[in-house]
Design a protein around this ligand. Structure first.
Ligand SMILES: [Zn+2]
Length: 341
């Protein structure tokens, strides 16, 4: 099952199943992206042997295309003037699901405790409008934020992830990289680190995200995981969406381009956007890049085109989202409260 077949006819049922297989293959290859130089070749060995069945491959009709995006009316939460206090010391709104995010309002520049539990917490400062963004892991179940002794607690809605168990595989074959490949992987990691380290203070997006592609087939959802011979592999921290090579990719929200590179080992050509306060989205395997490092983009701006560069088995966009190094589900941000549907 070659990539050519995938290109030939995405709309046929057979191709949809093929896309599912491709997505399964991409999953572990992309897990290697996170692992960087530690990635082994198991994914590629597995990919050629195993067809993953997915129960349903929904046809996605984006509900808020960039062309129809609503005019930005105001910030999500009231902006406070100097000396003004919010009604309660802190409150938040957003998508309280695993992989989601929320925006909290407190006093300007407040020191905010962000906690998963009484023992697991750290502090971040709100911006000069008292806003602070928080994100939730794939497996997080509850949490709270605190400012000036007031607490906003929340439950995080659990999700069911796509788990594939495959047993009876031949013993793992760890393939090795050549010195040249390792060098390329190290260089790619250094470039990505620059992007990951970017921290725009301002919140540059408004009311969550729109979809980055107008019309596509989702082939692998966020959080999908394979368990091979009883050994759980890294979950797939991204949404894979198949579309023909050259399909435009639009910024799903405002931000600053912090990495646009066409020569990364795993990701191939990739764009990374910093949306502010540690929220960073990524667009992998693209065929063309239309933005430059440092460029400010608005929701709906064309940033790249779908491709299959890097370690990819067919034309698709791997859309990823991180918040301060936690992996979020970018698709959830399309369901931000107050977003015009
Ligand atoms: Zn992916």
């Amino acid at each position: 099952m070659g990539a050519g077949l995938l290109r030939a006819g995405l709309l046929s049922a057979a191709a949809l199943m093929l896309a599912a297989c491709q997505a399964g293959a991409q999953t572990d290859i992309e897990a290697g992206i996170e692992a960087g130089a530690q990635a082994d070749g198991q994914a590629q060995a597995d990919a050629s042997n195993i067809a993953i069945s997915e129960t349903a491959i929904p046809r996605i009709k984006p509900i808020n295309k960039p062309a129809n995006k609503p005019a930005i009316k105001s910030a999500q939460l009231p902006v406070l003037g100097a000396g003004e206090k919010p009604q309660s010391a802190i409150f938040c709104e957003g998508v309280f699901e695993q992989g989601g995010a929320a925006l909290c309002q407190t006093t300007p520049n407040a020191k905010v405790k962000i906690a998963r539990s009484e023992k697991d917490f750290y502090f971040e400062n709100a911006d000069d409008q008292g806003r602070i963004l928080i994100g939730f892991d794939r497996d997080e179940t509850s949490g709270f934020v605190e400012a000036y002794g007031a607490r906003f607690g929340f439950e995080i809605k659990p999700r069911e992830y796509n788990i594939s168990r495959i047993d009876g595989l031949p013993p793992s074959q760890v393939s090795t990289y050549s010195e040249a490949q390792l060098q390329k992987i190290r260089e790619s990691s250094a470039k990505k680190k620059v992007g990951f380290d970017s921290r725009e203070d301002a919140i540059l997006f408004d009311r969550g995200f729109s979809y980055p592609i107008d019309d596509f087939v989702k082939t692998s959802p966020f959080g999908a995981q394979r368990i091979l011979n009883g050994e759980p592999k890294s979950p797939h921290y991204g949404v894979d969406i198949a579309a023909p090579t050259g399909t435009p990719i639009y910024a799903p929200g405002g931000g600053k381009v912090v990495l646009s590179d066409d020569d990364l080992y795993f990701e191939g050509a990739m764009v990374m956007i910093d949306h502010g306060q540690g929220l960073t989205s990524m667009y992998l395997h693209v065929s063309e890049i239309f933005v430059e490092d440092g460029q400010i983009v608005s929701e709906g701006d064309k940033i790249a085109a779908v491709g299959s560069t890097g370690r990819s088995t067919g034309p698709h966009l791997c859309w990823r989202l991180k918040w301060r190094n936690r992996n979020l589900d970018p698709e959830l941000l399309t369901r931000w409260p107050g977003r015009d549907l």
